[in-house]
Design a protein around this ligand. Structure first.
Ligand code: ADP
Length: 497
């Protein structure tokens, strides 16, 4: 069967790229399976999309927010109906197992409902004026056209975190999804269009980072940028945005530690480690890629984790019995292979896994065994650098304080976890772990959409997605003063003396 051909969405019309160039989207479990053919766009397509978004903004900003929210409620219900179909599309285009892609769609649904509720809040505030017969208030204004650049690992959830708060606040958007996962973003936006979103409020331009992402960031009519991806690319995007004084939200890498103390419930901890380290094949910015365990339990814990990791079923995520899918592409699986070699050269020991799978049904995909390293020194590269693959580095520590120091020793600060039954240590960890997220007796993954999501240090630049933090990013405050005294009143000068 010929592969389906998809188009950009610009001003509500489905159109080819101006150049007519395309690229194929492959199934990472079997690259012979072409999921679709997508436009490979350039700056001309970005110009068209920004112009459509700018035109749409003139009307959309005036639609009352509760009415804007009604589109989101309708889309949420449609997405519920389409959940299974879109989860299957997502597994086919990016590999993670169906249970997880259903979760990804569900996260978008949850975001729809949360952000639709914001349509009837978007609270500003009133406050007394310092002068008589004068009122003062602060109201939220939309920013304008917002540009979004998204990664492949949560290809519906992450676009929903950006697009939905943006549009409920009255902005319009141009989004460029990752080249490996165009279909899931298209499915999300198609649902909104079917729910009655006016033309041009969301525009999608497919293509590469340099050809489409950069022109979006550089376009003078794009007034805010939201990016999720690597810290390297985030630095480039943040720098480009700064040149035009554009607000820019960056959500980037992680090297998240899961701390295990002597008194932890070990079986519960093993469940958490497996899910945290090997869920999404380790390709989450919140993955538990380090375990820091106190010495008395370290060996026993490592053996238990290794035994379970060894028995994980690897294969196509479309098979319901599979627990670990492929990696996203050739370059990502090669990165995993490179880090396994680095870990060995540094003197760490592979307790289980360690190899790419290239035969026995795995030859057409990007499969790598779940891998557990022990005898890892905290200074080793495999304990410090983000791998984004199914590799877990287990570090032994002497004490609770050392565990906290080790966890904080990396350049990132996204997610952290601690397993303990000691409430005092749990509270100290909540206070002392330098990260945007801390879990107690749960793994490093599992963010809920109504809480702030993001991190510190090289993970982020101070913004948060999820919850009302997103509303703060997609609105700008305006202070409004109304003087009903019928005379000139001068703030700071007419002090009543
Ligand atoms: P990942 O590791 O998730 O692939 P990247 O940071 O490479 O992370 O990519 C995240 C997103 O940023 C993708 O949509 C990608 O196309 C885009 N991107 C990559 N390079 C650039 C760039 N120079 N300018 C703008 N966007 C870029």
């Amino acid at each position: 069967m010929a592969a389906k051909v998809f188009q950009n969405l610009i001003g509500g019309e489905w159109v080819d790229s101006r150049s007519g160039r395309t690229h194929e989207n492959h199934n990472p479990a079997d690259t012979r399976d072409v999921v679709g053919i997508f436009p490979h766009s350039d700056s001309r397509d970005v110009d068209d999309a920004v112009s459509a978004a700018k035109q749409a903004f003139a009307k959309w900003r005036l639609v009352p927010a509760p009415r804007r929210a009604e589109v989101l409620y309708r889309a949420a219900r449609l997405l519920e109906e389409r959940k299974e179909e879109y989860a299957r599309d997502m597994t086919r285009e990016m590999g993670k197992v169906l249970k997880e892609t259903r979760g990804d769609v569900q996260e978008a649904i949850d975001t729809f409902y949360f952000m639709a509720g914001e349509g009837r809040r978007l609270y500003g505030f009133t406050t007394p004026s310092e002068l008589p017969n004068k009122s003062a208030m602060a109201i939220r204004m939309p920013v304008g056209v917002c540009g979004m650049i998204t990664p492949w690992n949560f290809p519906m959830a992450i676009p929903s975190w950006k697009l939905l708060p943006a549009i409920v606040c009255g902005n319009t958007c141009v989004i460029k999804p990752a080249e490996d996962t165009p279909l899931s973003t298209l499915n999300l936006v198609r649902t909104l269009m079917d729910a009655g979103l006016p033309k041009g409020v969301i525009n999608i331009v497919f293509g590469s980072g340099p050809d489409v992402g950069t022109p979006i960031v550089r376009h003078p009519d794009v007034r805010a940028i939201s990016f999720t991806g690597s810290s390297e690319v985030g630095r480039i995007i943040g720098t480009m945005s700064a040149e035009q004084y554009k607000p820019c939200s960056l959500e980037m890498g992680g090297k998240n530690a899961l701390i295990v103390l002597d008194d932890a419930n070990l079986d519960l901890t093993v469940d958490g480690i497996l899910w945290g380290a090997f869920g999404t094949t380790g390709q989450r910015c919140t993955a538990a890629s380090r375990v820091i365990a106190t010495k008395p339990i370290y060996r026993q814990l490592a053996e238990k984790v290794a035994a379970r990791a060894k028995s994980l079923k690897i294969g196509s995520g479309l098979d319901e019995s599979v627990e670990v899918g492929p990696q996203i592409n050739q370059s990502q699986v090669e990165t995993t292979e490179k880090y396994v070699a680095v870990g060995k050269a540094e003197g760490a020991k592979v307790l289980v896994g360690g190899s790419r799978l290239k035969s026995g049904g795995y030859e057409h995909g990007f499969f790598h065994e779940p891998t557990v390293f022990v005898d890892v020194d905290n200074q080793m590269r495999i304990a410090q650098e983000e791998i984004f693959g199914p590799v877990l580095s287990m570090v032994a520590c002497d004490s609770f304080d050392q565990a906290i120091d080790y966890s904080n020793s990396v350049v990132y600060g996204l997610s952290t976890a601690i397993y303990t039954r000691d409430v005092n240590k749990a509270y100290r960890a909540m206070r002392d772990l330098h990260a945007g997220i801390t879990y107690v007796n749960a793994p490093t993954i599992g963010a809920e959409v109504h809480l702030p999501f993001g991190g510190v240090k090289s993970t982020g630049n101070g913004h948060r997605e999820g919850g009302i933090g997103a509303i703060d990013f997609y609105t700008q405050w305006k202070a409004v003063y109304v003087d009903y005294s019928d005379r000139l009143q001068r703030a700071q000068i007419d002090t009543g003396e």
